[in-house]
Design a protein. Structure first.
Ligand code: ADE
Length: 234
């Protein structure tokens, strides 16, 4: 998968050099391009924002550097023969990110993330890019971040680990929170007793049917307690 990021803070993304995603890049499973939006400005101060038309607090990102940055990335994708890239703008006004969306996006050939700052990006950028590529506004949750960088990082991690070969043991992707719509069951390892706390005896029983039933019950109990909104209608 090809991933491009447009940001005024390229240094944010140095963490993608380490851990699972770092190894995925070394193995060539993920190709990453981080682009500094200010490289697409032409004034001495490398200005990317301005006051909002109509008034109001805060600053809005000007469309010109965004247009040039995204044009250049989309041309490069085309030249590389990458078909149909998708452009994602992280935004608290977007559709809510989910495991299902991560799953869907993990099959894309190329994703471009446009990280807005301040009060957002001039709407014409989204309108223009929509004429050239598929565009989605995506929110990490009902809270406000200072910009799209952290949201992009979270999405790249959630999407990247679903790309075949990135996580060493694919079975570990199957039994985890949200993969089947429920929260994960609690896990235990050795020692069997620690600080007076015992591992649930069923897990030591060797009875695989009983273990599976216990885990399912734990998933349901936990989901009912903390995330009843995730339960399927009875
Ligand atoms: N940018 C600012 N807040 C955000 C959020 N909650 N999700 C995605 N991008 C954002």
């Amino acid at each position: 998968m090809r991933i491009d990021i447009v940001t005024i803070f390229p240094e944010f993304f140095s963490v993608l050099d380490v851990s699972l995603l770092g190894r995925a890049r070394q193995a060539g499973r993920i190709q990453l391009g981080v682009h500094d939006l200010r490289d697409y400005t032409y004034d001495r101060h490398r200005t990317v924002d301005d006051t909002p038309y109509g008034g109001g607090a805060g600053m809005v990102m000007r469309p010109e550097p965004w247009g040039d940055a995204l044009d250049s990335i989309l041309y490069a994708d085309e030249a590389r023969g990458t078909v149909d890239p998708i452009v994602i703008f992280p935004s608290p006004a977007g559709e809510l990110f989910s495991q299902a969306m991560a799953q869907e996006l993990s099959t894309e050939a190329a994703i471009v993330f446009g990280c807005g700052r301040y009060e957002g990006i001039d709407q014409r950028v989204v309108d223009y890019v929509s004429t050239r590529a598929r565009v989605r506004l995506v929110s990490m949750g009902d809270y406000v971040l200072n910009g799209g960088e952290i949201a992009t990082m979270a999405m790249i991690e959630a999407i990247g680990r679903l790309i075949p070969g990135v996580v060493g043991n694919p079975a570990s992707l199957v039994e985890e929170s949200h993969s089947d719509g429920l929260l994960e069951y609690p896990s235990y390892t050795k020692p069997a007793q620690w600080r007076g706390l015992d591992v649930p005896p069923v897990l030591l029983s060797g009875n695989h049917g009983a273990i599976a039933a216990w885990r399912r019950e734990m998933q349901l109990e936990r989901t009912r307690r903390v995330r009843p909104d995730l339960l399927p209608p009875a």
